[in-house]
Design a protein around this ligand. Structure first.
Ligand code: GLU
Length: 424
């Protein structure tokens, strides 16, 4: 391959420096050929579509949707679809790249992708959301499929949206194709354990990391930013395992109780009111105060770029476990590393979701469905194995857990690229 080895850049400068810098760092340590790094820095395909939606009140609103397919060297593209007002093609590209390393790190036969629509789903009715999802799917109909690209839930989407995607795709094919999405409802081929998988994985990784440090979950103090699918499930499972969840937050703000919050009751309140606003059994605190609380483990499980350099200089947790994708900025990461605060990176910490997506896909392809204990057992085995691979390599190479995780993920993709060769 003859290139000038410059990192790929589209008119909008994709992907960002942060996404590429971890790839470059891993590539340097692994002594990869710069051609390989240049190849891996460019997404294979970026698709941007307009998504017109007929509104209930009359008229049409036009939203913008994206699907970015980063790399399919190891298998079909795989990754979630997010509905959030801040979605941009650049964000989706970075997240697609993360999915490539996450799947490779876990040993899954997938490449990375991500999709998103810039929309606030809370401002749309269920009918409008269904029309949006179906139109977005049909715009991508030639680019997705069980052997091509397999969407899943992400921020702002759930099993409900996956069912609409599956139905829209299946209607075009003329027969049911459950394998086109994962994270779908059980009634149409979903897997037991998938909904809780990301949060369950976060709990397992927290447990293993504390064990590494000679500590147990029992009595450990934990603060969690974000109470969506990931943060909410992690809070519940960690509390059940005996950890003391001293603070949580949602978009209405943070809530603190030194003795530990009653998580089942708090989640019931949030389910009922759709927000924690008005929850009186805890002390309110700001987002920043939550992130800088003294505690054993801080779990940012909301959105990207929550912990920048200045904030990282004030974090008092001993360990940061990234429930969200990309919650720590590059400067934040450097600051935490300099301060000796361990960071369990997103591509490992939240990989339980895509791992059980893979188990769902396998069950569907083999028409044989497992009980929940088997699903959770496989998750436990594969995720803890990946954690310890990352930990051991980090110890051997004296590098951060993030760099170690990237070395494993990027290394596997690069080796596969070398075996397959460049077409033509
Ligand atoms: N959206 C999740 C992630 O970021 C899950 C992706 C999947 O299951 O394909 O890992």
């Amino acid at each position: 391959m003859v290139t000038e080895n410059v990192l790929w850049s589209a008119p909008t400068c994709l992907p960002t420096e942060m996404a590429c810098s971890n790839l470059e760092r891993a590539g340097r340590v692994l002594q990869l050929n710069p051609d390989v790094i240049a190849y891996l820095s460019a997404p294979r395909k970026i698709i941007t579509v307009s998504v017109p939606v007929r509104r209930d009140r009359g008229g049409v609103s036009v939203f913008v949707g994206h699907r970015v397919q980063h790399c399919d060297i190891l298998g079909p593209f795989k990754g979630g679809v997010r509905y959030h007002p801040s979605v941009t093609v650049q964000e989706v590209t970075n997240l697609a790249m993360l999915m490539t390393w996450k799947c490779a790190l876990l040993g899954l036969p997938y490449g990375g992708a991500k999709g998103g629509v810039a929309v606030n789903p809370q401002e749309l009715s269920v009918g409008e959301l269904e029309r949006l999802t179906r139109r977005y799917t049909s715009e991508l109909i030639k680019d997705i499929g069980p052997q091509v690209d397999i969407p899943a839930p992400d921020v702002g989407t759930s099993a409900r949206e996956m069912a609409w995607i599956m139905d829209t795709y299946s209607m075009q094919q003329g027969h049911a194709v459950p394998g086109v999405v994962t994270g779908k409802p059980l009634t149409i081929g979903g897997s037991l354990g998938r909904e809780q998988a990301t949060g369950r994985g976060v709990m397992m990784v927290v447990r293993e990391e504390l064990k590494t440090q000679g500590q147990h979950l029992e009595g450990a103090t934990i603060a969690i930013q974000g109470l969506g699918n990931v943060g909410g499930t992690a809070a519940l499972l960690l509390a059940q395992a005996g950890a003391r969840i001293i603070a949580v937050s949602d978009s209405s703000g943070g809530y603190y109780r030194a003795e530990g919050l009653d998580i089942p009751q708090l989640l019931d309140y949030r389910r009922e009111h759709r927000t924690l606003a008005g929850y009186t059994l805890a002390q309110p605190l700001s987002n920043e105060a939550l992130l800088t609380l003294p505690c054993d483990v801080l779990i940012p499980a909301a959105l990207e770029n929550q912990i920048d350099g200045p904030l990282a200089s004030r974090i008092q947790a001993r360990v940061v476990v990234e429930g969200a994708n990309g919650p720590v900025t590059m400067a934040g990461d450097a600051m935490l590393e300099a301060r000796g605060i361990r960071v369990v990176p997103d591509i490992l910490a939240n990989a339980g979701g895509v791992l059980v997506s893979y188990l769902e896909w396998v069950q569907g392809l083999s028409f044989l469905f497992w009980d929940e204990a088997r699903v959770n057992g496989e998750l436990e085995k594969l995720l803890t194995r990946a954690y310890h691979q990352v930990r051991v390599l980090a110890e051997e190479q004296v590098v951060s857990l993030r760099l170690s995780a990237y070395m494993l993920g990027v290394g596997r993709v690069a080796t596969a690229f070398q075996s397959r060769g460049l077409y033509p």
